[in-house]
Design a protein around this ligand. Structure first.
Ligand code: PLP
Length: 439
């Protein structure tokens, strides 16, 4: 007889979760449709976070569901190496048409973390292919989040994600983050102060010399660390310094991609075009794991040399461009297009910002930040117990029928792009009540 016990919570080691707390008092989700989850006790939970910043089209959307069902019956899997299937090419062509030139080639992965590893490896290999094999250093930013693989945590800047994992990659350095609450608290949209933080890159170049640096990777808007909006002029300055020094600029758009800021990509929103863009999450609206790395044509072309029968880039995943993921992504892009979701964040941005900033005088609030359909409420930490106050808010919000996300003592909100104005008011009505209720 099987030793397994149905619904024994012990065996599953849950990722990025307080396992013991959860297993004593589980928050189980059993269904989802449009803007709501259904909890195990039957309650409807308003989704204030698009799952984990990913279900941008909402839940259970017909075109996505049908595409996945149909694909599973038609072609379940095709080898990703030395073979192809039509939907991978169709998807890559459609994605490249969404991006400004010259970002017109797409490499498929299965997650944001894999997209980051792919971009970092591509950067180093690109310079080598161009005859600059000494350009290997990778520069990240403090408080950056680039997933959990070794490259990503090495360039990442969140100490909790790094400190347990040894010496990480060598040849990595960091510039400062852009959070400046003294000068910029309660700014709507891009803060005025802080473009000069980009000049940190000049110091790093002075230290290591540009001839050793392959790439700089930043989130155009830092999400997971608690929504840090780039100061006016900052990204432009980073771009210029990279251009002046033959350093590739990588934007990690795993969160900002696919409509979050009110345009398809942050690249459009800020009008700054990097050399590579990493994406995942909203690509399939969270339904099937998939990531995509956009690279410029000059990067792609740098690899297209040597005998034609030779593999040009020794990198890829068994599931790169998986048929189910491609079908899900195509169904998702159709849904985004049909419903105008790539620009809906811009239409709702003012209503969203008004509702969010109405929490300014609520207890514990020390800063509020917003852009497109993303928002953050930073709370004063309880002395000696960092993260506890925001975690209480998370638990209380779930009790009240709202899913929020917390990181440190920051509450982050990023609802599906189909949210209505009335539902925005509901989100902040509940959140206001929660802030008044917690210690
Ligand atoms: C900017 C950024 N990069 C990478 C990742 C990692 O993505 P995944 O969890 O799909 O590996 C995330 C996840 O939140 C992210 O926000």
């Amino acid at each position: 007889m099987s030793q397994a016990v149905t619904n024994n919570l012990e065996a599953f080691w849950m990722p990025f979760t307080a396992n013991r707390q959860f297993k004593k008092n589980p928050r189980m989700l059993v269904g989802a449709k449009d803007m709501h989850y259904t909890a195990a006790d039957g309650r409807q939970i308003l989704d204030g976070t698009a799952g984990l910043w990913c279900c941008n089209a909402g839940h259970g959307r017909p075109k996505v569901v049908e595409a996945i069902q149909k694909q599973a019956a038609e072609l379940d899997y095709a080898p990703a190496f030395q073979m192809g299937h039509p939907k991978a090419f169709e998807l890559a062509a459609r994605l490249s048409a969404m991006m400004p030139k010259p970002l017109d080639h797409v490499f498929f992965t299965n997650s944001g973390s894999e997209s980051v590893e792919t971009a970092l490896k591509t950067a180093i290999a690109y310079h080598r292919a161009k005859g600059n094999a000494a350009k290997t250093r990778l520069i990240g930013r403090q408080r950056g989040y680039h997933g959990v693989n070794f490259g990503g945590i090495s360039v990442g800047g969140i100490s909790g994600n790094r400190k347990m994992f040894g010496s990480l990659l060598t040849g990595v350095d960091h510039i400062r983050d852009t959070h400046d609450i003294e000068r910029n608290a309660f700014t709507r949209g891009q803060p005025e102060h802080g473009a000069e933080f980009a000049d940190d890159l000049l110091n790093v170049i002075k230290l290591h010399d540009a001839s050793t640096i392959a790439a700089v990777i930043v989130e155009p808007m830092a999400g997971s660390t608690g929504v840090l909006i780039p100061p006016k002029g900052y990204l432009e300055r980073l771009r210029k310094i990279c251009d002046d020094n033959d350093i590739l600029l990588i934007f990690d758009e795993v969160i900002t991609g696919f409509g979050r800021l009110g345009s398809a990509f942050a690249v459009d929103h800020f009008g700054v075009v990097p050399d590579m863009v990493t994406t995942a999450k909203g690509l399939t609206s969270g339904t099937v794991p998939m990531g995509a790395v956009f690279v410029s044509s000059s990067i792609y072309e740098a690899f297209m040399q040597g005998p034609e029968h030779m593999i040009e880039f020794f990198h890829g995943y068994t599931y790169s461009g998986h048929p189910l993921a491609c079908a899900a992504a195509l169904g998702t892009l159709d849904t985004y297009e049909d419903e105008g979701l790539m620009t809906r964040g811009a239409e709702l941005a003012d209503h969203w910002a008004d509702a969010l900033h109405s929490l300014k005088d609520h207890p514990h609030v020390i800063d509020i930040r917003n852009m497109g359909l993303i928002g953050a409420v930073e709370l004063e930490p309880i002395a000696g117990e960092p993260t506890k106050r925001a975690f209480s808010a998370f638990l209380k919000a779930f009790e009240e029928g709202l899913m929020i996300r917390t990181t440190g003592d920051i509450i982050a909100l990023s609802p599906p792009l189909i949210i209505s104005r009335a539902q925005i008011d509901e989100v902040f009505g509940i959140l206001g009540k929660v802030l008044k209720a917690i210690d």
